[in-house]
Ligand binder design. Sequence first.
Ligand SMILES: [Zn+2]
Length: 186
Amino acid sequence: MSARAQIIFLSIFPILVGLMSFGGETHRRQFRYCALCRIVRCDYKSVAGYGWSEFGINECSEWYPKNIESTHEHVWQRSPSSAGFNRNGKPIWVADSDRPGGLLLLTPAEQVAIYEHITNAVEAKRLFVEMRSDAETENYDRHLVVRSKAHILKDWSNSNFKRSWGEILARLEETENLIVSSDRAN
Ligand SMILES: [Zn+2]
């Protein structure tokens, strides 16, 4: 781009952004959370194209590094909701996926309690890695599996962990096989 074109672009660009944001959307917000430690990441993206993120901690994100592994690569899951805001910071639209993330059925505190009832840290980690939901990939079968597994884990937590982890693991595996085989039958 020539120097003159750059000057023109730089003078017009803020006007364009101003016009786009006049009374309308200036930025969008999308939540993500880590399937393992449940830390929340909120990504903002402005109409001008720049972005920034904010992080929110909770009981699980604080508990996980002390009890499962001191460092880990976050396994990001997209929350089913996103929203757009105007320049006054007021939300002007929200959108929900029709496939809400199954893991969100569990609160971070419930996830900690579940970890505490799975004595093998490697197995516990694998459970939640495999429960990545499929808002990212839009894979409906995986979504059903994840949602059913989340219900099993939530019921386990609500019953105050009456059954053993071994029994729950067997139910989780059954659920996976049932959905996979009914899918094959179709
Ligand atoms: Zn994490």
